[in-house]
Design a protein around this ligand. Structure first.
Ligand code: FUB
Ligand code: ZN
Length: 672
């Protein structure tokens, strides 16, 4: 298994440095209300205008809960969303991965301080959720459809696992185990326990991670239970909703009715048992968090039902409901999936968290079956939607990630209001920023996997990794300038006598590759290509240098013709990077551009922190009246179209919206 990895890639190191040095301190100030930022109201289905836009309350809520626990009469105000606690946990998880990359005493001290505050709020029986402790204690575990109690618990557990692995300290883990034990005492098949799960999946994956760390079988069993109970009683959540209405309880999401057409069983992936769910329905983040747990559960339990469910979901999402940028979730209504091939580029939701979750899903599927296509999806979501979720300076974030944007239309069309064309500094519902931070800081965990006596290279990231493969110590240095260049060299700096088997993912976009071992070209007889991986037939030994060159060239991409939004259009990619055009480079009315016959590229180190740009000698459709005083008719009999030459400049999609505000588009008109 992987013991340690140090990322040295200029591309990723720079991003990790920005997150470590800018984003994490910035987020710390926000969750502690040390900094005044404009908190953007986002479309989370409710009315977040009812929330405070000046304070986040994240850390304060734990202090208030601790005071309440100690019996203080006026402990203070608990604010923010019902799941506000999760922002603290995701921040801690990101901090943990940062500490894993490099020690930082100041960060560690902040994290320890926050863990103590969280611990002080935890009740003696292990229960922990500031909303229900402070505001509605009588409602604990009774409104699971929207309470997010186990969702928050899951984020705490994931953070504690990461923190324990990074620092070797146990105090956070003790809080997490106490909370997991509380859940175990309240949920399960036994009489008197709750026979259901949380409306927002997350706890399942967290318990599996906790099991992997602690080897406590109860956590594995509980995760399996929570996965398989889903949908056994399709009325589970709706019955709780009805009861809450009868009891006159308030909605847990401000401005959103408890019984709402968008929030029925399919929204919570609970209309059928998981293995009977054939497509991705409802809230996209919920779906992919569920899927991540199904896939990891399949790895850890070999339960066929989990495997089948993960498979069904995988097929449906990847083959029918995913954008070319690895975004998912086609509508803001319920932040949800809609139907097959319904992938509008402008009114899309494409929440950053959903693509983070898709990466978890792909990674766990990859662990389950070593199919390179899953690594391709992991890269697709990572290099495009996830990175687009942040400003290059690390202090602005997208929640919604469109493939086509126009600031004017976002202002005037209520159906596009959720599509922002500037990244806000923070959100009233701030799930995405810390999610992105934990994802990028944990990148090292996604680069390799080991399976029995084989090391598999899943991502191309300049790094140095140390493995322990059944007692054999291996040090592998990966040198590459990916994603801008396609050569990847693996140098075995340390290995045992016997050496080890090695496989490397060959992405589907790569039509030609070449392979050298110690500078000698390897022919097809030296390897086997299986499920998107190239398996070397001979073992690698200390001193070996394996060099893989993936042909990296601009590629025109077309969509399945059933995706009406992309019909007749082309997208441009180069390796894992999807490109887009922006108004600042190409003028307004990007819909009038046609790509040319060529696509040439070069690296611009002064642009957007250093990006490989593409250019095409294309055309722009012009109006016959253009430049004249006369108005053009809105409609007319078809006339021969007129064009002017235009050099079209394309930049990586992840870097859009870092210059002046303007139009952006991924899918373009093809060459005339
Ligand atoms: O509900 C908790 C989080 O807030 C979800 O995962 C996001 O989609 C946002 O609604
Ligand atoms: Zn989010």
């Amino acid at each position: 298994m992987l013991e340690k990895i140090t990322i040295t890639s200029p591309f990723w190191r720079e991003r990790q440095q920005i997150i470590a040095k800018e984003m994490i301190p910035y987020q710390w100030d926000i969750i502690n209300d040390l900094k005044q930022v404009d908190i953007a109201i986002t479309n989370t289905g409710g009315d977040s205008t009812a929330l405070d836009t000046e304070k986040s309350y994240v850390v304060e809520n734990f202090k208030v809960a601790a005071k309440k626990k100690q019996g203080e009469a006026n402990p203070g105000k608990r604010g923010g969303m019902v799941f506000q606690d999760s922002d603290a946990y995701k921040w801690l998880e990101a901090a943990a991965y940062t500490l894993e990359c490099q020690d930082d005493p100041e960060l560690r001290q902040k994290a320890d301080q926050l863990i103590d505050i969280i611990g002080a709020a935890q009740e003696d029986d292990g229960y922990l959720n500031t909303y229900f402790q402070v505001i509605e204690p009588e409602r604990k575990y009774q409104s699971l459809y929207m309470s997010h109690e186990l969702y928050c618990a899951g984020h705490l557990i994931e953070a504690a696992v990461a923190y324990t692995m990074a620092t070797g300290t146990k105090k956070f883990l003790e809080i997490a185990c106490k909370l997991a034990d509380n859940i175990d005492a309240n949920f399960g098949p036994e009489e008197g326990k709750i026979h259901g799960a949380d409306g927002h999946e997350e706890i399942e994956l967290a318990l599996l991670r906790l099991y992997e760390l602690t080897k406590e079988e109860r956590y594995l069993k509980l995760a399996e239970y929570l996965l398989l109970i889903r949908g056994q009683d399709p009325d589970f959540f709706t019955a709780q909703q009805r009861r809450d209405v009868e009891l006159g309880r308030k909605s847990l999401i401000p401005g959103l009715e408890i019984i709402h057409p968008d929030f029925k069983a399919p929204y919570f992936q609970s209309d059928k048992p998981v293995e009977e769910q054939m497509d991705a329905k409802g809230h996209a983040v919920r779906v992919v968090y569920l899927c991540s747990a199904l896939a990891l559960g399949a790895v850890l339990t070999s339960n066929e039902r989990l495997k089948r469910a993960a498979d069904n979901y995988w097929r449906n999402i990847v083959q029918k409901r995913m954008y070319v940028t690895g975004a998912i979730g086609s509508t803001p209504h319920g932040e949800a999936f809609t139907g097959d091939y319904d992938l509008p580029n402008d009114s899309i939701y494409g929440e950053t968290c959903a693509s983070v979750g898709l990466i978890f899903f792909a990674h766990n599927m990859l662990r389950e079956r070593q199919d390179g296509a899953m690594g391709d999806v992991m890269e697709q979501a990572l290099y495009n939607t996830v990175l687009a979720g942040m400003n290059l300076d690390g202090k602005g974030f997208f929640y919604v990630n469109p493939l086509e944007a126009n600031p004017y239309l976002s202002k005037v069309n209520p159906g596009l209001r959720h599509v922002l064309t500037r990244r806000p500094g923070w959100f009233a519902c701030a799930c995405c920023p810390p999610n992105l931070a934990r994802m990028v800081m944990s990148l090292g965990h996604y680069v390799y996997q080991s399976k029995q006596d084989t090391i598999l290279s899943d991502l191309f990231v300049d790094s140095c990794a140390k493995f322990n493969l059944d007692g054999q110590h291996i040090t592998l240095k990966q040198s590459t300038n990916y994603p801008w260049e396609g050569t990847i060299a693996y140098e075995v700096q340390e290995a045992g006598e016997s050496g080890f088997k090695f496989a490397v993912r060959v992405p589907q976009w790569c039509e030609h590759f070449s392979l050298k071992l110690n500078q000698h070209e390897l022919g097809a007889g030296a390897y086997e290509l299986k499920h998107g991986y190239l398996y070397l037939k001979e073992h690698l030994h200390q001193g070996d240098i394996l060099e893989l060159t993936l042909e990296l060239k601009p590629m025109l991409v077309e969509a399945d013709p059933r995706i009406s939004a992309d019909y007749g259009k082309q997208a441009v990619s180069r390796g894992p990077i999807v490109y887009c055009v922006e108004e600042v480079d190409n003028g307004a009315n990007l819909q009038c551009l046609h790509l040319g016959a060529d696509l040439e590229g070069h690296y611009e180190d002064k642009l957007l922190g250093g990006v490989y740009v593409l250019e095409s000698h294309g055309q722009r459709r012009i109006r016959p009246e253009q430049g004249q005083e006369i108005a053009s008719p809105l409609y007319r009999k078809v006339q021969p179209a007129q064009f002017e030459e235009q050099l079209i400049k394309l930049i990586p999609y992840f870097a859009w919206c870092n210059r002046s505000e303007g139009e952006m588009r991924v899918w373009l008109n093809p060459k005339l």
